[in-house]
Design a protein around this ligand. Structure first.
Ligand code: SAH
Length: 226
């Protein structure tokens, strides 16, 4: 795949479908040649961030609010909607960067496999740290798959559109705890951390967010006493 994830949706019905799910003040990530942006300007006030300067003049024909830069670096501001057919090489960075933004909903196209991992449940094969952190921070709705053949050039993988709402603020302590547990997710808990718990004989990847959170809280209050 090309370096900046530049694959363009060529099916106008899907561009319209995406745009119909956002409104108000809208931020688009990765505007490219503006093919989605053109639909978005009918839905509200649009800001578009694009890293590749060659698209700047085309994007400026569509909206005056063009930010040439890296989405991961720009200063967040308040919007209603965030939307984008996002570059796949930084899916996870983009997802968690959303925690720094104040928004109502995000409608994002990810690599299908990434979208599925976000939604995996305990004991499912691809359940892992990404699933836990995604489900801890966001309410995620799978909207639809999009075949690789809807893009030009045709990428090596299929895509999927998800809708996301933020439900929690960043908690670095919990993130660290999950990183530790899931670096040894095939072990039983009693072999990873020294603590008496009803979960001792469970493996991290058998536990959902609620169980993991309960365990984390019990440990935090426990170590707080020492
Ligand atoms: N919106 C168009 C293009 C999507 S391709 C469509 O739906 O068809 C993804 C776009 O993201 C490319 O134009 C690429 O240059 C841009 N991009 C890649 N990395 C970026 C980053 N870090 N910040 C902002 N834009 C980025």
């Amino acid at each position: 795949m090309n370096r900046l994830g530049q694959v363009f949706l060529r099916n106008r019905r899907i561009l319209e479908y995406i745009s119909k799910h956002v409104d108000g003040d809208i931020l688009e990530i990765g505007g490219g040649d503006g093919r989605l942006t053109e639909f978005l300007v009918n839905r509200g006030k649009v800001w578009v961030v694009e890293i590749d300067r060659k698209f700047e003049s085309r994007l400026r024909e569509i909206t005056e609010n063009v930010i040439i830069g890296d989405f991961l670096e720009i200063q967040p501001f308040r919007v209603d909607s965030i939307v984008g057919n996002v570059p796949y090489y930084i899916s996870s960075e983009i997802l968690f960067r959303l925690l720094d933004w104040d928004f109502q909903r995000a409608v994002l196209m990810f690599q299908k496999e990434f979208a599925e991992k976000m939604l995996m449940k305990p004991r499912e094969r691809k359940y892992g740290r990404l699933s836990v952190m995604a489900q801890y921070y966001f309410e995620i709705k799978f909207m639809r798959e999009v075949s690789r053949y809807e893009f030009t050039p045709v990428p090596e993988v299929d895509s999927a559109i998800v809708m996301i709402r933020k439900i929690r603020h960043r908690d670095l302590g919990f993130e660290e705890f999950i990183r530790k547990l899931f670096s040894q997710k095939n072990k039983k808990l009693k072999n990873i951390i020294q603590v008496e718990s009803k979960y001792s004989d469970m493996r991290p990847d058998w536990m959902g967010v609620d169980d993991l959170l309960e365990l984390y809280r019990s440990i935090s209050s426990y170590s707080g006493h020492h």
